[in-house]
Unconditional design. Structure first.
Length: 160
């Protein structure tokens, strides 16, 4: 009886530790892009992580919604699709693709979190060393139903 109780306790402890390990830093949430002109919602999509444009900086309320390379509104466009993995340093990373909504170009991408809870998006073609990293910051402002983003609550963007 004591052995069964000890085994159950040990199993529970291992399960709790494994569950805690799975809740490490992940990129889900709302992020303002490096140029400060868009908000991207990153969310689980099955076992993957996806990201869609949910807010855009529109200088004049009467200006039209920016469109993608096909002439469709950028609002709601899925631009990130990545799969979870582990980086060389043992930290969580998400590898996949990122889409440039202006011209339809697709790049390889790697997402990871830095210690200050910024999202690092590294886009590249072929070999990661030839890519560029952008730093996205959490967005705490509002995005309106028409996909306009509010000025308040946005973190100051940073390029990396």
């Amino acid at each position: 009886m004591f052995a069964r109780l000890t085994a159950l306790l040990l199993f529970s402890l291992v399960s709790l530790t494994a569950a805690h390990a799975d809740t490490g830093p992940n990129p889900t949430g709302r992020w303002i892009t490096a140029n400060g002109k868009a908000v991207v919602q990153i969310y689980p999509c099955g076992n993957d992580i996806c990201g869609a444009i949910v807010g855009l900086q529109i200088d004049n309320p009467n200006d039209p919604m920016p469109t993608d390379w096909q002439g469709k509104p950028q609002c709601g466009l899925v631009i990130i699709n990545t799969k979870p993995g582990t980086g060389d340093d043992g930290q969580p990373v998400w590898n996949g693709q990122v889409l440039d909504p202006r011209n339809g170009a697709t790049y390889q991408a790697q997402l990871k979190m830095d210690p200050d809870r910024h999202l690092l998006l590294h886009g590249y073609i072929g070999i990661p060393v030839f890519g560029q990293t952008q730093t996205w910051t959490p967005y705490s402002g509002r995005t309106l139903a028409n996909c306009h983003m509010t000025a308040n609550g946005s973190a100051s963007p940073a390029n990396g």
